[in-house]
Design a protein. Structure first.
Length: 506
């Protein structure tokens, strides 16, 4: 019985040694570049259950037999061999539920990247729920404010209409009295001329000059003959044979040189005609030759509103163009545009944009990048398109500009990732610091020592592609942006320039 036990022990020892010898032969053949011999010994050792040999054998098979190689990689990974685990995580990058199995094993073995990836998935799920709740709350608040604002505007509108009606009645009564007084004016000569007329004291435009009598305006020619009696509370100079005039009821219209209305008085402010267009305003009021408030648009010489009254301010037409400014309201976000229009109201050029909400949140300090500009509301960052519409809901702690179709964003756990122009994550937030994409490559920072303060301290830089795949593992102390195929880098105290193969070129 003792001999048998001894024999069994000896055979077991020989078997273990054989396994070890096969692995050694496998690795020796690999180092020696003897591929076929390496396959032979690696296969023997792999089938005996040696996880390292299984990984080597899979690597040797990967080029010609990828499916069989995947089987051996998976066996090695299930035996808790870390390189094989990394291989399987990479293989299932687009299938997070499968990758998670290997990430958990790798994390238990102390693989920091795997732990970070698991944490990122959990954070993303948590943040998604929180963001949905925030979005719902924000929408509810916006609807409430919108309803309150509509009610206030309706109330103000009714009160304003009542005041205007009252004022109009009083002004009409006063105008009639002044008009009657002007007709019987004793200071006019019998020949309907201005007394003591000197043309040097008047400014003539297109043959007519304004004169004032008894607080009303009319027009005379260069002989002092009254062409249009003084019956207006204000009057502009003639331009293109038309003049803007204001009736005593405070409304502006336009007359020809016979004093006949071609545009009935209905505007609160009015400018002279240039190039067949005149700027008119509703809702504004004059303060020392300046019209404040209201909205501006343009009419033609028939009084047709050829460009709607929707602008905050306008300039006169020159060379077929006019600069205008308008404000677009989206919820509680006010977006201001300055644009150039043609005479039909088409936008020729967009000059600039400013945006601000009623809490002072702004987007004006930032430029458009690839059609989007970042903005902030209630502490959350998002993006607005060139029409002023919200393209990506504000839900991030911070956002960067778009480059090459992707933008770096920071979630509320403090981690960075990358989104596309639909606001969807292309690369999940797992990094402590990131750079922008340039030539298809971005630098990312992985923090490993959390005892060191600072997001970009206590770790290393690496490079990824637009799928999030590492082109260079995080081993660098600094990683610059690639320009013309080269980037500044620092590694173990050495500073220089690397190429896209991550070789020192300087």
């Amino acid at each position: 019985m003792k001999k048998f036990s001894f024999l069994f022990l000896s055979l077991s020892t020989i078997s273990v040694q054989a396994y070890a010898n096969d692995l050694e032969k496998c690795e020796k053949a690999i180092k020696g570049g003897q591929t076929q011999l390496a396959k032979l010994f690696c296969e023997i050792s792999a089938k005996q259950g040696e996880k390292i040999a299984q990984f080597h054998y899979a690597t040797l098979l990967e080029k010609d037999s990828p499916k069989e190689a995947l089987v051996w990689f998976e066996r090695s990974a299930k035996a808790a061999y870390l390189p094989a685990l990394s291989k399987m995580i990479e293989h299932y990058r687009d299938k997070p539920e499968k990758a998670e199995i290997f990430q958990r094993t790798a994390c238990k073995l102390g693989e920091i990247t795997a732990c970070n990836q698991l944490q990122a998935v959990e954070n993303a799920q948590k943040n998604a729920k929180e963001q949905e709740a925030q979005k719902a709350a924000l929408q509810a608040e916006q609807e409430k404010l919108k309803a309150e604002l509509a009610a206030e505007q309706e109330k103000f509108k009714k009160e304003l209409e009542q005041e205007r009606a009252k004022l109009k009645a009083e002004q009409t009564k006063l105008a009639e009295a002044k008009r009657k007084q002007a007709l019987d004016n004793p200071s006019l000569s019998e020949s309907n001329k201005l007394a003591n007329f000197d043309p040097k004291n008047y400014r003539f435009d297109e043959g007519l000059a304004r004169f004032k009598h008894n607080e009303l305006y009319g027009y005379v020619n260069d002989k002092g003959e009254i062409i249009i009696p003084a019956r207006f509370s204000n009057a502009g100079a003639f331009s293109e044979n038309i003049a803007a005039v204001r009736e005593p009821n405070q409304k502006w219209g336009y007359i020809n040189k016979q004093g006949q209305y071609i545009v009935r008085p209905k505007y609160d402010c009015a400018w002279r005609f240039t190039e067949g267009r005149a700027a008119v305003n509703l809702g504004g009021y004059y303060t020392i030759n300046k019209c404040d408030g209201g909205l501006w648009g343009f009419i033609d010489k028939n009084g047709k509103e050829v460009i709607s009254l929707v602008f905050k301010s306008v300039d006169l037409f020159k060379d077929g163009k006019a600069k205008v400014q308008y404000i677009q309201q989206e919820g509680n976000i006010s977006t201001e545009y300055n644009v150039i229009l043609d005479k039909q109201g088409n936008i020729i050029e967009r000059l600039e944009m400013n945006s601000q909400d009623n809490q002072g949140n702004k987007a004006s300090a930032y430029q458009y990048y690839e059609g989007l500009v970042k903005f902030q509301i209630n502490g959350n960052w998002g993006y607005i398109n060139e029409k002023g519409d919200i393209a990506i809901e504000p839900r991030f702690k911070y956002t960067a500009n778009f480059y090459e179709g992707l933008a770096a964003v920071q979630d509320w756990s403090g981690k960075w990732g990358y989104i596309n122009k639909f606001g969807n994550y292309v690369i999940h937030p797992i990094y402590s610091c990131v750079g922008r994409f340039s030539e298809g490559i971005a630098g990312v920072y992985v923090k490993t020592d959390y005892s060191i303060q600072g997001d970009c301290s206590g770790g290393k830089w690496g490079y990824i592609d637009k799928t999030g795949r590492y082109l260079l593992d995080p081993v660098l102390d600094n990683a610059g942006r690639f320009i013309n195929g080269k980037a500044n880098a620092e590694y173990q105290g050495r500073k220089g320039i690397i190429n896209k193969r991550f070789e020192w070129v300087k």
